[in-house]
Design a protein around this ligand. Sequence first.
Ligand SMILES: Nc1ncnc2c1ncn2[C@@H]1O[C@H](COP(=O)(O)OP(=O)(O)OP(=O)(O)O)[C@@H](O)[C@H]1O
Ligand SMILES: [Mg+2]
Length: 381
Amino acid sequence: MVHQDPDTHPLTPPQTLHEIFPPVHKSHILNCAFASWHTRYKSITPEARTIPLTPEFLTYLREDGIILPDDDDEDAPLPSSSQDSDEEMLAPTNFPPGAEDEEDEEDKARNPTRRFPALHAQVKQAIASLGGSVTPKLNWSSPTDALFMSATHSLECRSPAEIYLLLKSSDFITHDLEHAFDDTCPSSPLDPSSIPYHLVLRKYFSINPALEFRTFVAGRRILGITQRDLNHYPFLQELRSEIRSLIVDFFEDHLQSFPDEDFVFDCYVEPTVRNGRRRKVWLVDINPFAPRTDSRLFSWGEVLRLRTQDFREEEEVVEVRLVEIDDPEAWGFNSATYSASKLPREVVEAGVQGEEAVWEFARRWRGIMEEIERGEGGDED
Ligand SMILES: Nc1ncnc2c1ncn2[C@@H]1O[C@H](COP(=O)(O)OP(=O)(O)OP(=O)(O)O)[C@@H](O)[C@H]1O
Ligand SMILES: [Mg+2]
């Protein structure tokens, strides 16, 4: 072995996650877009519509500021050429010249739907055809980080305005629009401007988050299954082997033909057993096998190790990883994932009680932190 002097031969820098992942091709990202796989897997996906997005709507999404159609405007008749000419005949002389154009521009700015009337009508029609209540997403992401903008604190939308508000408020949607091909192999000639964008509207139903699972697939075999929601649900322990066999069979029956060998799929196991039959499993999403996909209760390091492990079919039992009662996840710290603006209850209460109480809280908090640093942290109180 050749000895290397670190001064003259700098050591290889530690590998980053991106370097140890199998290369992510742009085609893989495109295959994971909802509209790409939905046609193939319609029968196993809860009812949804995909609406191709126009350049006008994409510009609207990308713009700063949030202008939404108000309810009156939404039902206002859309300007047509014949109407325009009638109005011209009846209208008083237009002075100063160009004032009408300015009004039209203002109107368009006030009611953005005048810039994409056909698409707006399609959105309305899709909501109605899905029973009046939908949850939106773009090619890859739901606006789950924009829940704070929703009056109901849910992704349930009953009008186009609610959908536009969530999409425009979400960084995850911005990621879909501006960073879809980040960290992909540079060799592919595909350009982000060639991405076909779709608005996905899914019929809204009340999901039990305990029964949402994420499954890692590599080389067309399942590496592991994890709970998606990071809370402890005692009843899942008893269901563990049923969940394993349902998801493994679901994968073998439907998803082994996915165009890529490596991917991550999300599914929902129905809570009710109908007439003694097996529970139904629904496909919720397909995600890239890439660092951008959250590995939930696994670490990506573990998943990547499982990927390269020797595999003997008869011996291998797929792990279903659940939040156990004593896992830190079960203590509820995870509830703050998308709520950077949330404060601990004690801080809010102290704030309500006045300045004295805030200082008292800060003093106690500093004491707790000092105890932890000295290694004395416990739950003596
Ligand atoms: N039809 C539906 N009705 C109600 N809620 C739904 C529906 N479909 C999905 N959801 C909820 O929305 C959540 C997010 O959906 P989805 O997994 O498609 O988003 P995502 O942005 O791809 O998430 P991730 O970043 O974790 O991959 C799901 O975990 C589920 O709780
Ligand atoms: Mg997803």
